[in-house]
Design a binder for this molecule. Structure first.
Ligand code: ADP
Ligand code: MG
Length: 330
């Protein structure tokens, strides 16, 4: 039996006499943990890492609108690791939890954002070495020619090592219509890495729910190594309005009374349009409002007050083409 000390997730060592000497193998280790007595009591909330995790979970709650079930799942995974750490302190050995995940949902539903928070939590609890997410898509992994794929994939794995590898639109790795697609090679290399018990990498597969379901169904070996499936729902109108308010406030802007109503109306229209991308569309719309506000302010040709610089008005939103076509039609 070996220990996994080298990557900051100390496994039960009291039961393993070889562990004490393995510290000499050159890998950095923290002080050998003392095994608690059977009748000792451990206060999970007194753990310094637990406090950091609570902080991250609290900011997840405060800064991300909605996503109730996602937040619950993130909390569950944090609990799993906290209890695992506690068990270790009592010398209870068990296998390292497998934390590869899939994040399914439409564009702009918060998958990448939550992946970053997840990395922070996994790091705080010692599961990964750095609170880092390396985001890749098919093109970063698959080569154009024979022999190019393995080195590319291995390079991505090396970059992600000790953190999270986030594979966006992962279903593009699998092209059933093309038998000799190099994507299959990527999947095999990933599998080897993911099956490595001593691995210090978490892989998150992300993409549209239906296509991800097809992808996993076609790759049962991969699917069986991904125990955590987290679903991101599309936001409803009320949530999008709250997201807009948060984003505007975070950038030190504010909608005036009329603008707030107009933006709500804008969202109603935008949601029905093609390529609607949830919170990302909100962010892009706000960027365009800023542009129109800037144009308006420069056009005023008068000294500006702080109030002017902060305020997004009705006019700044009505400049959108979503309102223009109505004006033209009437
Ligand atoms: N629930 C939310 N509350 C506030 N902002 C959000 C929320 N979900 C997403 N965003 C913001 O929307 C943008 C797109 O989110 P992102 O995580 O990139 O989505 P995805 O990866 O699912 O396409 C980011 O700027 C993010 O901060
Ligand atoms: Mg994303």
């Amino acid at each position: 039996m070996s220990t996994s000390q080298g990557f900051g997730f100390p496994r039960p060592s009291a039961t393993d006499p070889a562990a004490a000497s393995s510290a000499a193998d050159g890998e950095q280790t923290t002080a050998e943990p003392v095994t608690l007595a059977d009748d000792a009591e451990l206060d999970l909330s007194a753990d310094e890492a637990a406090a950091r995790v609570e902080g991250t979970l609290a900011s997840l709650d405060a800064e991300l609108v909605g996503l109730a079930s996602v937040k619950r799942r993130v909390r569950e995974i944090a609990s799993l690791l906290q209890v695992d750490r506690a068990r270790e302190q009592f010398g209870l050995s068990s296998s390292k939890p497998t934390l590869h995940m899939s994040f399914t949902g439409g564009p702009g539903t918060g998958k990448t954002t939550v992946a970053m928070r997840m990395a922070t939590i996994l790091h705080a609890l010692g599961y990964i070495r750095a609170p880092r997410v390396h985001v890749v898509t098919r093109d970063d992994l698959v080569g154009q020619f024979i022999g190019h794929t393995a080195p590319k994939t291995k390079e991505a794995l090396a970059r992600a090592a000790g953190g999270v590898l986030f594979i966006d639109e992962a279903y593009y790795l699998f092209r059933p219509e093309n038998e000799r697609d190099y994507g299959q090679e990527v999947i095999e290399i990933l599998l080897t890495e993911m099956e490595n018990e001593r691995g210090d990498l978490v892989v998150i597969f992300a993409g549209y729910p239906d296509r991800m379901a097809t992808f996993f169904a076609a790759n049962p070996g991969l699917s069986s190594r991904v125990p955590h499936h987290i679903e991101f729902e599309d936001y409803d109108h009320a949530e999008l309005v709250r997201i807009a308010d948060l984003m505007v406030a975070a950038e030190n802007f504010r909608f005036d009374e009329a603008a707030r109503a107009t933006f709500s109306e804008y969202l109603t229209r935008r949601m029905e349009r093609p390529n609607f991308s949830n919170a990302r569309s909100v962010r892009n719309a706000i960027e365009r409002c800023r542009l129109r506000q800037a144009r308006r302010l420069v056009g005023l040709r008068r000294p500006l007050r702080k109030e002017d610089l902060v305020t997004i008005t009705d006019e700044d939103i009505r400049g959108s083409s979503l309102f223009a076509d109505e004006a033209e039609g009437e």
